[in-house]
Design a protein around this ligand. Structure first.
Ligand code: NAD
Length: 340
């Protein structure tokens, strides 16, 4: 059993903890909070040992009546690996703590790519992370792009990809961020950071990205144009996506006309927190014109990176060396689309 700690129990951390708990080869030995919030209380109710990031924050938990098992340092003594799910740029500050505790660490996409020895995408470059001590799972948007582009690249060859990312403002549980009534080029520069981030997984892929943020919380949406090396029909592309892990086809003709209905589908599927770990590609959007492929996909930012974190644990702990085997095991435990 791999002993897993989660440092930073927010949007991503609580989902990763729940996903770890569903696997038969790993278990949660503790989660770390900085403040005694409802999420800290829920962690205890779910049976996760609760730890605090530093001793000086401990009294606030005691005052709130929450039982704390110790500090991050205490937790690291129990863990084989820590999943750092703290806000962007905090993970890099934690790296020396993990290093001196001799514990492997996974960082998230909010950290710079150099924070890990390598970046990770399960079907993209699993093998690169085998046995590594520090790895960064790429962001939700980069994960979405890697999933579909790698599938296309393997079968048809990507000569060049151009992507416009329409990004959500805040996550649904965040009442402090906007935009409320604006469309924000973010970053304002082209390429956005997403293309270079895809290159941390596929160094040779020619990709150009630009991004805007809009007033929505549900999902990101990508419009993708790909110049192909091989001729392909629309049906060929649909077949590729149908057989790709963690990608689903959705039909506007069945009422899935926007990200709102796609999220409703996730609710109807009984997914925890209405998560959709898979990337949703609109069936009708797939087109091939003069050797160029077009499609539109939606990315559930809060959950698509969760299965990748699970696979990354197995790669770094060197318990499963075959990417497909780990992905199948993870997807089976999480009840995701059957692709095998
Ligand atoms: P979040 O703000 O929802 O959660 C972060 C948690 O870490 C909070 O509970 C916060 O209190 C806690 N925290 C802050 N400082 C801490 C510290 N020093 N020690 C321990 N805990 C601390 O953030 P999130 O959305 O879960 O993002 C976490 C990481 O995942 C970031 O790198 C982010 O870029 C990345 N990510 C986020 C999303 C998303 O859509 N939310 C998607 C993919 C990747």
């Amino acid at each position: 059993m791999i002993a897993v700690a989660v440092n930073g129990y927010g949007t991503i951390g609580k989902r990763v903890a729940d996903a770890v708990s569903l696997q038969d080869d790993m278990k949660i030995v503790g989660v770390v909070k900085t403040r005694p919030t409802f999420e800290a209380r829920r962690a205890i109710e779910q049976g996760y040992p609760l730890f605090v990031n530093c001793a000086e924050n401990m009294p606030a938990f005691t005052d709130a009546g929450l039982k704390v098992e110790g500090t991050l340092d205490d937790l690291l003594k129990l863990a084989d690996i820590v999943i750092d799910c703290t806000p962007g740029k905090v993970g890099i500050q934690n790296k020396p703590i993990y290093k001196s505790a001799g514990v492997k660490a996974i960082f998230q996409g909010g950290e710079k790519s150099g924070t890990g020895d390598v970046s990770f995408n399960a079907m993209g470059n699993y093998a690169d992370s085998i046995g590594k001590d520090f790895v960064r799972v790429v962001s939700c948007n980069t994960t979405g792009l890697c999933r579909t582009l790698s599938a296309i690249d393997k079968k048809l060859g990507v000569k060049k990809a151009r992507v416009t990312l329409i990004r959500r403002g805040p996550d649904p549980g965040n009442s402090k961020k906007g935009p409320v009534n604006a469309i924000v080029p973010n970053p304002p520069t082209v390429p956005s950071h997403h293309g270079p981030d895809v290159n941390t997984i596929f160094p040779d892929m020619k990709i150009m990205t630009s991004a805007v943020i809009v007033p929505t919380t549900l999902m990101h949406l990508h419009t993708v144009c790909v110049e192909l090396n091989k001729n392909a029909s629309v049906d060929d592309v649909k077949e590729i996506f149908s057989n790709t892990p963690r990608v689903i086809l959705v039909k506007a003709s069945e009422g899935l006309t926007s990200t709102a209905e796609v999220m409703e589908l996730a609710r109807d599927m009984g997914r925890t927190r209405s998560d959709l770990n898979e990337i949703a590609v609109w069936d009708e959007s797939i087109n091939v014109v003069d050797g160029e492929l077009f499609y539109i996909q939606a990315v559930h930012q809060e959950s698509d990176v969760v299965p990748e974190n699970i696979d990354c644990i197995r790669a770094m702990m060197n318990t499963v060396t075959d990417a497909k085997e780990s992905v199948r095991k993870t997807d089976d435990a999480l009840g995701l689309k059957k692709w095998w």
